[in-house]
Design a protein around this ligand. Structure first.
Ligand SMILES: [Zn+2]
Length: 93
């Protein structure tokens, strides 16, 4: 399964090229990016730091924005039958 995109980065190879930053889900958990030039993985720490510093994260979960809480549903209280309505209902048949 492909790893999810976590951000975008301006590819330094060509101006205007934008790569999609992902992170290996296993093992090294290194950042890499994919663009028209291919999958580019800076495999040393300095390159990893460059990706981390230059990527624009797009994961909305990273932003500490509290989600709007859904309104608690109001449970309608059962109406107590008054003596009149029960008298009327019991009249049927
Ligand atoms: Zn590129």
């Amino acid at each position: 399964m492909a790893n999810p995109d976590i951000g975008t980065i301006a590819c330094p190879i060509e101006k205007g090229c934008v790569g999609k930053v992902r992170q290996y889900s296993k093992g090294s958990r290194k950042y890499y990016y994919a663009c028209k030039h291919g999958m580019i993985t800076p495999n040393l720490e300095a390159g990893q730091a460059w990706v981390a510093a230059n990527m624009k994260p797009l994961d909305p979960e990273e932003q500490p924005k509290p989600e709007a809480k859904p309104e608690p549903e109001k449970t309608p209280k059962p109406k107590a039958k008054n003596w009149l309505s029960s008298l009327l209902e019991d009249d049927d048949e």
